[in-house]
Design a protein around this ligand. Structure first.
Ligand code: NAD
Length: 483
Protein backbone atom coordinates (compact mmCIF):
# COMPACT_ATOMS: atom_id res chain seq x y z
CA UNK A 1 0.00 0.00 0.00
CA UNK A 2 1.24 3.48 -0.84
CA UNK A 3 2.53 5.42 2.13
CA UNK A 4 0.65 8.63 2.98
CA UNK A 5 2.93 11.42 4.15
CA UNK A 6 2.46 12.96 7.57
CA UNK A 7 2.76 16.57 8.56
CA UNK A 8 5.25 17.57 11.27
CA UNK A 9 3.50 19.84 13.76
CA UNK A 10 4.51 20.80 17.29
CA UNK A 11 7.34 18.27 17.37
CA UNK A 12 5.31 15.23 16.21
CA UNK A 13 4.47 13.48 12.94
CA UNK A 14 0.70 13.74 12.53
CA UNK A 15 -1.90 12.82 9.94
CA UNK A 16 -3.50 15.58 7.91
CA UNK A 17 -7.21 16.14 8.41
CA UNK A 18 -7.55 16.27 4.62
CA UNK A 19 -8.95 13.33 2.70
CA UNK A 20 -7.61 14.34 -0.73
CA UNK A 21 -4.17 13.09 -1.75
CA UNK A 22 -1.75 13.97 -4.54
CA UNK A 23 0.38 11.05 -5.81
CA UNK A 24 4.14 11.63 -5.79
CA UNK A 25 5.79 10.03 -8.82
CA UNK A 26 9.31 9.12 -9.72
CA UNK A 27 9.25 10.86 -13.13
CA UNK A 28 11.77 8.43 -14.66
CA UNK A 29 10.20 5.15 -13.57
CA UNK A 30 6.58 6.31 -13.06
CA UNK A 31 6.57 4.50 -9.72
CA UNK A 32 4.25 6.10 -7.14
CA UNK A 33 6.58 6.90 -4.25
CA UNK A 34 4.05 8.21 -1.76
CA UNK A 35 0.78 10.07 -1.38
CA UNK A 36 0.96 13.71 -0.40
CA UNK A 37 -2.04 14.88 1.64
CA UNK A 38 -3.83 18.08 0.62
CA UNK A 39 -3.74 19.67 4.06
CA UNK A 40 -6.70 21.70 5.21
CA UNK A 41 -7.08 25.04 6.97
CA UNK A 42 -7.39 23.07 10.23
CA UNK A 43 -3.95 21.50 9.64
CA UNK A 44 -2.38 24.88 8.94
CA UNK A 45 -4.17 26.29 11.98
CA UNK A 46 -2.66 23.54 14.16
CA UNK A 47 0.79 24.35 12.80
CA UNK A 48 0.29 28.07 13.43
CA UNK A 49 -0.88 27.43 16.99
CA UNK A 50 2.16 25.22 17.67
CA UNK A 51 4.47 27.85 16.16
CA UNK A 52 2.83 30.64 18.14
CA UNK A 53 3.07 28.66 21.37
CA UNK A 54 6.80 28.13 20.78
CA UNK A 55 7.56 31.73 19.82
CA UNK A 56 8.03 33.54 23.16
CA UNK A 57 10.42 30.98 24.61
CA UNK A 58 12.30 30.65 21.32
CA UNK A 59 12.76 34.39 20.82
CA UNK A 60 14.23 34.68 24.32
CA UNK A 61 16.66 31.80 23.71
CA UNK A 62 20.02 33.55 23.18
CA UNK A 63 20.79 34.04 19.50
CA UNK A 64 24.13 32.24 19.95
CA UNK A 65 22.28 29.20 21.27
CA UNK A 66 19.83 29.39 18.36
CA UNK A 67 22.78 29.44 15.96
CA UNK A 68 24.35 26.42 17.69
CA UNK A 69 21.49 24.24 16.42
CA UNK A 70 22.61 25.04 12.89
CA UNK A 71 26.13 23.65 13.48
CA UNK A 72 24.52 20.38 14.47
CA UNK A 73 22.13 20.57 11.48
CA UNK A 74 25.02 21.16 9.08
CA UNK A 75 26.81 18.09 10.46
CA UNK A 76 23.73 15.94 9.88
CA UNK A 77 23.30 17.30 6.34
CA UNK A 78 26.92 16.41 5.55
CA UNK A 79 26.50 12.92 7.05
CA UNK A 80 23.36 12.23 5.03
CA UNK A 81 24.49 14.15 1.92
CA UNK A 82 24.22 11.21 -0.49
CA UNK A 83 20.84 10.07 0.88
CA UNK A 84 19.43 13.57 0.44
CA UNK A 85 20.74 13.74 -3.13
CA UNK A 86 19.22 10.34 -3.91
CA UNK A 87 15.77 11.32 -2.66
CA UNK A 88 15.88 14.44 -4.83
CA UNK A 89 16.71 12.36 -7.91
CA UNK A 90 13.89 9.95 -7.20
CA UNK A 91 11.16 12.54 -6.79
CA UNK A 92 12.42 15.27 -9.13
CA UNK A 93 14.21 13.43 -11.97
CA UNK A 94 17.41 15.50 -11.98
CA UNK A 95 20.79 13.76 -12.20
CA UNK A 96 22.64 12.67 -9.08
CA UNK A 97 25.38 15.25 -9.71
CA UNK A 98 22.81 18.02 -10.04
CA UNK A 99 21.21 16.83 -6.80
CA UNK A 100 24.60 16.92 -5.08
CA UNK A 101 25.05 20.48 -6.33
CA UNK A 102 21.66 21.40 -4.92
CA UNK A 103 22.47 19.80 -1.55
CA UNK A 104 25.73 21.77 -1.42
CA UNK A 105 23.85 25.02 -2.09
CA UNK A 106 21.29 24.14 0.58
CA UNK A 107 24.09 23.65 3.11
CA UNK A 108 25.50 27.07 2.17
CA UNK A 109 22.26 28.62 3.41
CA UNK A 110 22.76 26.85 6.74
CA UNK A 111 26.29 28.31 6.87
CA UNK A 112 24.79 31.74 6.30
CA UNK A 113 22.31 31.26 9.15
CA UNK A 114 25.20 30.43 11.51
CA UNK A 115 26.29 34.05 10.94
CA UNK A 116 22.97 35.53 12.06
CA UNK A 117 24.28 36.61 15.52
CA UNK A 118 26.65 38.95 13.70
CA UNK A 119 24.15 40.00 11.03
CA UNK A 120 21.40 40.84 13.54
CA UNK A 121 23.54 43.50 15.21
CA UNK A 122 22.07 46.97 15.07
CA UNK A 123 23.29 50.50 15.55
CA UNK A 124 22.84 53.43 17.84
CA UNK A 125 23.93 56.99 18.52
CA UNK A 126 24.74 58.39 21.94
CA UNK A 127 23.65 61.95 22.65
CA UNK A 128 21.43 62.21 19.61
CA UNK A 129 20.08 65.06 21.67
CA UNK A 130 21.44 66.30 24.94
CA UNK A 131 21.49 63.28 27.34
CA UNK A 132 19.38 61.22 24.97
CA UNK A 133 20.54 58.02 23.26
CA UNK A 134 18.89 56.44 20.23
CA UNK A 135 19.36 52.80 19.21
CA UNK A 136 17.85 50.31 16.81
CA UNK A 137 16.87 46.83 17.97
CA UNK A 138 16.23 43.95 15.62
CA UNK A 139 13.59 41.58 16.89
CA UNK A 140 11.98 38.45 15.45
CA UNK A 141 8.44 39.05 14.23
CA UNK A 142 6.57 35.78 14.92
CA UNK A 143 5.46 32.89 12.71
CA UNK A 144 6.75 32.84 9.13
CA UNK A 145 6.00 30.35 6.34
CA UNK A 146 7.52 29.29 3.02
CA UNK A 147 5.65 27.96 -0.02
CA UNK A 148 8.17 26.33 -2.33
CA UNK A 149 8.48 24.85 -5.87
CA UNK A 150 9.27 21.37 -7.16
CA UNK A 151 12.52 22.15 -8.95
CA UNK A 152 14.83 22.65 -5.92
CA UNK A 153 12.98 20.69 -3.25
CA UNK A 154 15.75 20.83 -0.66
CA UNK A 155 17.63 24.05 -1.40
CA UNK A 156 14.75 26.52 -1.72
CA UNK A 157 13.13 25.81 1.69
CA UNK A 158 16.62 26.15 3.19
CA UNK A 159 16.94 29.65 1.70
CA UNK A 160 14.42 30.61 4.38
CA UNK A 161 13.98 28.25 7.34
CA UNK A 162 17.49 28.39 8.90
CA UNK A 163 17.81 32.19 8.80
CA UNK A 164 14.23 32.73 9.95
CA UNK A 165 14.57 30.54 13.03
CA UNK A 166 18.05 31.73 14.02
CA UNK A 167 16.57 35.26 13.88
CA UNK A 168 14.16 33.98 16.58
CA UNK A 169 11.02 33.32 14.54
CA UNK A 170 9.11 30.07 14.32
CA UNK A 171 8.43 28.52 10.94
CA UNK A 172 6.13 26.48 8.68
CA UNK A 173 7.23 24.92 5.37
CA UNK A 174 4.66 24.03 2.70
CA UNK A 175 6.71 22.20 0.04
CA UNK A 176 5.61 21.35 -3.48
CA UNK A 177 3.23 18.37 -3.54
CA UNK A 178 5.19 17.09 -6.54
CA UNK A 179 8.41 16.78 -4.50
CA UNK A 180 7.60 16.59 -0.77
CA UNK A 181 10.00 13.75 0.10
CA UNK A 182 13.17 15.82 0.30
CA UNK A 183 11.58 18.02 2.98
CA UNK A 184 10.34 14.95 4.82
CA UNK A 185 13.95 13.74 5.08
CA UNK A 186 15.21 17.22 6.03
CA UNK A 187 12.59 17.39 8.81
CA UNK A 188 13.71 13.96 10.06
CA UNK A 189 17.18 15.48 10.43
CA UNK A 190 15.80 18.66 12.01
CA UNK A 191 13.95 16.46 14.51
CA UNK A 192 17.32 15.13 15.70
CA UNK A 193 18.31 18.66 16.77
CA UNK A 194 15.82 18.60 19.65
CA UNK A 195 14.56 22.07 18.91
CA UNK A 196 11.72 23.15 21.20
CA UNK A 197 8.40 21.78 19.92
CA UNK A 198 6.68 24.05 17.43
CA UNK A 199 9.75 26.00 16.27
CA UNK A 200 9.65 24.19 12.92
CA UNK A 201 6.60 22.70 11.22
CA UNK A 202 5.94 20.94 7.93
CA UNK A 203 2.52 21.05 6.28
CA UNK A 204 2.06 19.18 3.01
CA UNK A 205 -0.35 20.04 0.25
CA UNK A 206 -1.08 22.08 -2.84
CA UNK A 207 -3.36 25.03 -3.53
CA UNK A 208 -5.62 24.55 -0.49
CA UNK A 209 -2.70 24.37 1.94
CA UNK A 210 -1.07 27.41 0.26
CA UNK A 211 -4.26 29.44 0.49
CA UNK A 212 -4.63 28.53 4.17
CA UNK A 213 -1.08 29.74 4.81
CA UNK A 214 -1.70 33.01 2.95
CA UNK A 215 -5.00 33.71 4.69
CA UNK A 216 -4.16 32.61 8.23
CA UNK A 217 -4.02 35.68 10.50
CA UNK A 218 -1.40 34.06 12.75
CA UNK A 219 1.31 34.06 10.07
CA UNK A 220 3.22 37.35 9.82
CA UNK A 221 5.18 36.74 6.63
CA UNK A 222 5.40 34.41 3.63
CA UNK A 223 8.37 33.55 1.42
CA UNK A 224 7.21 32.16 -1.91
CA UNK A 225 9.17 30.67 -4.80
CA UNK A 226 7.40 29.38 -7.90
CA UNK A 227 5.87 30.46 -11.18
CA UNK A 228 5.00 34.11 -11.91
CA UNK A 229 1.21 33.76 -12.09
CA UNK A 230 1.20 32.10 -8.66
CA UNK A 231 3.77 34.58 -7.29
CA UNK A 232 1.36 37.38 -8.20
CA UNK A 233 -1.55 35.60 -6.47
CA UNK A 234 0.61 35.02 -3.39
CA UNK A 235 1.76 38.65 -3.30
CA UNK A 236 -1.76 40.01 -3.66
CA UNK A 237 -3.33 37.57 -1.19
CA UNK A 238 -0.66 38.00 1.47
CA UNK A 239 -0.67 41.80 1.29
CA UNK A 240 -4.47 41.78 1.45
CA UNK A 241 -4.16 39.76 4.66
CA UNK A 242 -1.63 42.18 6.13
CA UNK A 243 1.46 40.01 5.77
CA UNK A 244 4.91 40.86 4.56
CA UNK A 245 5.73 38.81 1.48
CA UNK A 246 8.61 38.04 -0.84
CA UNK A 247 7.41 36.22 -3.97
CA UNK A 248 10.07 35.01 -6.40
CA UNK A 249 8.55 34.08 -9.74
CA UNK A 250 9.37 32.50 -13.09
CA UNK A 251 11.78 33.54 -15.79
CA UNK A 252 12.81 33.80 -19.42
CA UNK A 253 16.56 34.28 -19.24
CA UNK A 254 18.48 35.63 -22.20
CA UNK A 255 22.17 35.22 -22.95
CA UNK A 256 23.98 37.56 -25.37
CA UNK A 257 27.00 36.13 -27.17
CA UNK A 258 29.30 38.74 -28.68
CA UNK A 259 31.58 38.05 -31.67
CA UNK A 260 34.65 38.63 -29.45
CA UNK A 261 33.60 35.95 -26.91
CA UNK A 262 35.71 32.87 -26.32
CA UNK A 263 33.31 30.67 -28.24
CA UNK A 264 34.37 27.29 -26.91
CA UNK A 265 34.10 28.36 -23.27
CA UNK A 266 30.88 30.23 -23.94
CA UNK A 267 29.17 27.30 -25.65
CA UNK A 268 30.14 24.86 -22.88
CA UNK A 269 28.75 27.29 -20.32
CA UNK A 270 25.53 27.88 -22.25
CA UNK A 271 25.06 24.11 -22.56
CA UNK A 272 25.04 23.76 -18.77
CA UNK A 273 22.81 26.80 -18.40
CA UNK A 274 20.23 25.58 -20.93
CA UNK A 275 20.13 21.85 -20.28
CA UNK A 276 21.26 21.50 -16.64
CA UNK A 277 18.37 20.16 -14.51
CA UNK A 278 16.61 19.56 -17.87
CA UNK A 279 16.08 23.33 -18.13
CA UNK A 280 13.97 23.34 -14.97
CA UNK A 281 15.83 26.13 -13.23
CA UNK A 282 14.58 29.65 -12.77
CA UNK A 283 18.07 30.68 -13.90
CA UNK A 284 18.09 28.41 -16.97
CA UNK A 285 19.22 29.94 -20.25
CA UNK A 286 16.13 30.09 -22.44
CA UNK A 287 17.29 32.28 -25.34
CA UNK A 288 20.83 32.70 -26.68
CA UNK A 289 21.23 35.82 -28.80
CA UNK A 290 24.15 35.62 -31.22
CA UNK A 291 25.40 39.09 -32.11
CA UNK A 292 26.67 39.48 -35.71
CA UNK A 293 29.02 36.68 -36.77
CA UNK A 294 28.64 34.97 -33.39
CA UNK A 295 25.26 33.50 -34.37
CA UNK A 296 26.39 30.85 -36.87
CA UNK A 297 29.39 29.63 -34.91
CA UNK A 298 27.37 29.54 -31.68
CA UNK A 299 24.53 27.67 -33.41
CA UNK A 300 26.77 24.99 -34.94
CA UNK A 301 28.75 24.42 -31.75
CA UNK A 302 25.68 24.25 -29.51
CA UNK A 303 24.03 21.66 -31.74
CA UNK A 304 27.26 19.64 -31.89
CA UNK A 305 27.54 19.48 -28.09
CA UNK A 306 23.83 19.11 -27.31
CA UNK A 307 23.27 16.14 -29.61
CA UNK A 308 25.87 14.21 -27.64
CA UNK A 309 24.30 14.82 -24.22
CA UNK A 310 23.48 11.54 -22.52
CA UNK A 311 19.89 11.61 -21.34
CA UNK A 312 18.93 8.98 -18.75
CA UNK A 313 17.83 8.09 -15.25
CA UNK A 314 19.36 10.45 -12.72
CA UNK A 315 20.66 7.67 -10.48
CA UNK A 316 22.82 6.40 -13.35
CA UNK A 317 26.09 8.32 -12.78
CA UNK A 318 26.64 8.46 -16.54
CA UNK A 319 23.43 10.40 -17.23
CA UNK A 320 24.06 14.04 -18.09
CA UNK A 321 20.41 15.08 -18.21
CA UNK A 322 17.41 13.60 -16.43
CA UNK A 323 13.66 13.91 -16.84
CA UNK A 324 11.25 16.79 -16.57
CA UNK A 325 8.93 16.64 -13.58
CA UNK A 326 5.87 14.91 -15.05
CA UNK A 327 4.05 13.70 -18.16
CA UNK A 328 1.98 16.88 -18.01
CA UNK A 329 5.16 18.99 -18.06
CA UNK A 330 6.50 16.96 -20.99
CA UNK A 331 3.29 17.52 -22.94
CA UNK A 332 3.33 21.25 -22.19
CA UNK A 333 6.97 21.52 -23.34
CA UNK A 334 6.35 19.51 -26.53
CA UNK A 335 3.33 21.67 -27.34
CA UNK A 336 5.43 24.81 -26.95
CA UNK A 337 8.11 23.37 -29.26
CA UNK A 338 5.42 22.57 -31.84
CA UNK A 339 4.01 26.09 -31.60
CA UNK A 340 7.52 27.47 -32.14
CA UNK A 341 7.85 25.34 -35.29
CA UNK A 342 4.45 26.52 -36.54
CA UNK A 343 5.44 30.13 -35.92
CA UNK A 344 8.52 29.67 -38.12
CA UNK A 345 11.39 28.58 -35.86
CA UNK A 346 13.98 26.25 -37.40
CA UNK A 347 14.31 22.89 -35.61
CA UNK A 348 18.03 22.35 -35.16
CA UNK A 349 17.73 19.59 -32.58
CA UNK A 350 14.44 17.95 -31.63
CA UNK A 351 14.12 16.28 -28.22
CA UNK A 352 10.48 15.31 -28.60
CA UNK A 353 9.52 11.66 -28.33
CA UNK A 354 12.92 10.69 -27.01
CA UNK A 355 12.85 7.15 -25.59
CA UNK A 356 15.25 5.90 -22.95
CA UNK A 357 15.84 2.18 -22.84
CA UNK A 358 14.51 0.69 -19.62
CA UNK A 359 12.58 3.88 -18.83
CA UNK A 360 10.20 4.00 -21.79
CA UNK A 361 7.41 5.56 -19.70
CA UNK A 362 9.61 8.22 -18.10
CA UNK A 363 8.98 11.96 -18.58
CA UNK A 364 12.00 12.52 -20.79
CA UNK A 365 12.44 15.39 -23.23
CA UNK A 366 15.77 15.46 -25.05
CA UNK A 367 17.78 18.66 -25.55
CA UNK A 368 16.03 20.82 -28.12
CA UNK A 369 17.43 23.77 -30.05
CA UNK A 370 15.29 26.08 -32.15
CA UNK A 371 16.97 28.53 -34.53
CA UNK A 372 15.82 31.80 -36.11
CA UNK A 373 13.46 32.54 -33.25
CA UNK A 374 11.79 35.96 -33.55
CA UNK A 375 10.64 38.27 -30.71
CA UNK A 376 6.89 37.85 -31.31
CA UNK A 377 6.89 34.03 -31.11
CA UNK A 378 5.48 32.35 -28.01
CA UNK A 379 8.73 30.39 -27.58
CA UNK A 380 10.62 33.70 -27.26
CA UNK A 381 8.20 35.17 -24.73
CA UNK A 382 6.86 32.50 -22.37
CA UNK A 383 8.69 30.37 -19.83
CA UNK A 384 9.11 26.80 -21.16
CA UNK A 385 10.75 25.33 -18.05
CA UNK A 386 12.25 22.45 -19.98
CA UNK A 387 15.36 21.63 -22.03
CA UNK A 388 14.60 23.96 -24.92
CA UNK A 389 17.04 26.62 -26.08
CA UNK A 390 15.90 29.25 -28.58
CA UNK A 391 18.46 31.03 -30.73
CA UNK A 392 17.99 34.62 -31.89
CA UNK A 393 20.08 36.90 -34.08
CA UNK A 394 20.99 40.50 -33.32
CA UNK A 395 23.04 42.78 -35.54
CA UNK A 396 24.48 44.84 -32.72
CA UNK A 397 25.04 44.83 -28.97
CA UNK A 398 22.31 47.47 -28.59
CA UNK A 399 19.85 45.27 -30.50
CA UNK A 400 20.64 42.34 -28.18
CA UNK A 401 20.06 44.49 -25.09
CA UNK A 402 16.74 45.72 -26.53
CA UNK A 403 15.62 42.10 -27.14
CA UNK A 404 16.45 41.22 -23.53
CA UNK A 405 14.74 44.26 -22.08
CA UNK A 406 11.64 43.55 -24.13
CA UNK A 407 10.94 40.49 -21.97
CA UNK A 408 8.30 40.79 -19.27
CA UNK A 409 10.54 38.70 -17.01
CA UNK A 410 13.70 39.95 -15.32
CA UNK A 411 15.22 37.09 -13.39
CA UNK A 412 18.65 36.75 -15.01
CA UNK A 413 20.64 37.72 -18.10
CA UNK A 414 24.20 36.97 -19.15
CA UNK A 415 26.72 38.24 -21.64
CA UNK A 416 29.67 36.36 -23.10
CA UNK A 417 32.33 38.80 -24.28
CA UNK A 418 35.95 39.81 -24.00
CA UNK A 419 35.05 43.49 -23.98
CA UNK A 420 35.03 45.25 -20.62
CA UNK A 421 33.08 48.07 -22.25
CA UNK A 422 30.25 45.81 -23.39
CA UNK A 423 30.25 43.97 -20.07
CA UNK A 424 29.86 47.28 -18.24
CA UNK A 425 27.13 48.54 -20.54
CA UNK A 426 25.32 45.23 -20.14
CA UNK A 427 25.40 45.43 -16.33
CA UNK A 428 24.27 49.03 -16.56
CA UNK A 429 21.41 48.71 -19.03
CA UNK A 430 19.89 45.24 -18.71
CA UNK A 431 16.73 45.02 -16.62
CA UNK A 432 17.28 41.74 -14.78
CA UNK A 433 18.02 40.98 -11.15
CA UNK A 434 20.93 38.56 -11.62
CA UNK A 435 23.58 39.38 -14.22
CA UNK A 436 26.24 36.99 -15.49
CA UNK A 437 29.39 38.08 -17.28
CA UNK A 438 30.91 35.03 -18.96
CA UNK A 439 28.74 32.97 -16.56
CA UNK A 440 25.67 31.16 -17.87
CA UNK A 441 23.85 30.60 -14.58
CA UNK A 442 24.15 33.75 -12.49
CA UNK A 443 23.17 32.13 -9.17
CA UNK A 444 23.83 34.38 -6.18
CA UNK A 445 25.53 32.70 -3.24
CA UNK A 446 23.74 32.59 0.11
CA UNK A 447 25.25 35.85 1.37
CA UNK A 448 23.85 37.87 -1.57
CA UNK A 449 20.18 38.50 -2.21
CA UNK A 450 18.57 36.49 -5.01
CA UNK A 451 17.74 39.17 -7.58
CA UNK A 452 14.63 39.25 -9.72
CA UNK A 453 12.79 42.11 -11.39
CA UNK A 454 9.61 42.74 -13.39
CA UNK A 455 7.32 39.67 -13.39
CA UNK A 456 10.08 37.54 -11.86
CA UNK A 457 9.64 39.10 -8.43
CA UNK A 458 6.82 40.57 -6.37
CA UNK A 459 7.81 42.29 -3.15
CA UNK A 460 10.58 44.48 -1.78
CA UNK A 461 13.04 42.33 0.15
CA UNK A 462 14.43 39.36 -1.78
CA UNK A 463 15.42 35.95 -0.44
CA UNK A 464 18.97 35.39 0.93
CA UNK A 465 21.68 37.80 2.06
CA UNK A 466 21.00 40.87 4.17
CA UNK A 467 17.54 41.14 2.62
CA UNK A 468 16.62 37.99 4.51
CA UNK A 469 17.74 39.49 7.83
CA UNK A 470 15.54 42.51 7.08
CA UNK A 471 12.64 40.29 6.06
CA UNK A 472 12.80 38.06 9.12
CA UNK A 473 13.21 40.83 11.70
CA UNK A 474 11.31 43.84 12.88
CA UNK A 475 13.26 47.00 13.67
CA UNK A 476 12.41 48.93 16.78
CA UNK A 477 13.87 52.35 17.49
CA UNK A 478 14.54 53.10 21.16
CA UNK A 479 15.05 56.69 22.32
CA UNK A 480 16.04 56.97 25.97
CA UNK A 481 16.93 59.50 28.64
CA UNK A 482 18.09 58.64 32.15
CA UNK A 483 18.23 61.59 34.49
P1 NAD B 1 4.21 26.66 -8.98
O1 NAD B 1 3.99 28.12 -9.01
O2 NAD B 1 3.29 25.79 -9.73
O3 NAD B 1 4.14 26.13 -7.45
C1 NAD B 1 4.94 26.73 -6.44
C2 NAD B 1 4.25 26.49 -5.10
O4 NAD B 1 2.99 27.15 -5.10
C3 NAD B 1 3.96 25.03 -4.78
O5 NAD B 1 4.19 24.81 -3.41
C4 NAD B 1 2.49 24.87 -5.14
O6 NAD B 1 1.85 23.87 -4.37
C5 NAD B 1 1.92 26.24 -4.83
N1 NAD B 1 0.81 26.62 -5.73
C6 NAD B 1 0.60 26.25 -7.00
N2 NAD B 1 -0.49 26.85 -7.51
C7 NAD B 1 -0.98 27.63 -6.53
C8 NAD B 1 -2.10 28.52 -6.45
N3 NAD B 1 -2.90 28.70 -7.48
N4 NAD B 1 -2.30 29.16 -5.29
C9 NAD B 1 -1.48 28.98 -4.25
N5 NAD B 1 -0.39 28.16 -4.27
C10 NAD B 1 -0.15 27.49 -5.39
O7 NAD B 1 5.74 26.42 -9.40
P2 NAD B 1 6.48 25.05 -9.69
O8 NAD B 1 5.98 24.47 -10.97
O9 NAD B 1 6.49 24.19 -8.47
O10 NAD B 1 7.98 25.59 -9.87
C11 NAD B 1 8.48 26.05 -11.09
C12 NAD B 1 8.42 27.55 -11.18
O11 NAD B 1 9.15 28.14 -10.10
C13 NAD B 1 9.05 28.09 -12.45
O12 NAD B 1 8.26 29.12 -12.96
C14 NAD B 1 10.40 28.63 -11.97
O13 NAD B 1 10.94 29.65 -12.79
C15 NAD B 1 10.04 29.14 -10.61
N6 NAD B 1 11.19 29.26 -9.72
C16 NAD B 1 11.61 30.52 -9.39
C17 NAD B 1 12.72 30.68 -8.59
C18 NAD B 1 13.22 32.05 -8.21
O14 NAD B 1 14.04 32.17 -7.30
N7 NAD B 1 12.76 33.12 -8.86
C19 NAD B 1 13.41 29.55 -8.11
C20 NAD B 1 12.93 28.28 -8.44
C21 NAD B 1 11.81 28.15 -9.26
Amino acid sequence: MTRKLKNYIGGAWVDSAGTEVIPVHNPATCEVLAECPESTYADVDNAVKAAQAAFEEWRSTPVLSRAQYMYHFKGLLEERFEDIAKVMVQENGKTIDEARGEARRGIESVDFAIGVPLLMRSDGVEDISSGIDETTLRQPAGVFAAITPFNFPMMVPLWFLPTAIVCGNTFIVKPSPQTPLSMELIFELLEELDLPEGVINLVHGGVQASMSVMEHPGIVGVSFVGSSPVAKIVYETCTKHGKRVQAQGGAKNYIAVMPDANMEASVKNIMGAAFGCAGQRCLAAAVAVGVGDAYDTMKNELVRYAQNLKVGYGLDEKSQMGTVISHAARERIETMIQKGVEEGAEVLLDGRKVKIEGYEDGSFVGPTILGDVKPGMQIAKDEVFGPVLSLMKANTFEEAVALINNSRYGNAASIFTNSGKHAREFKYAVKAGNIGVNIGVAAPSASFPFGGQKESFYGDLHGQGMDSIEFFTERKIVIERWT
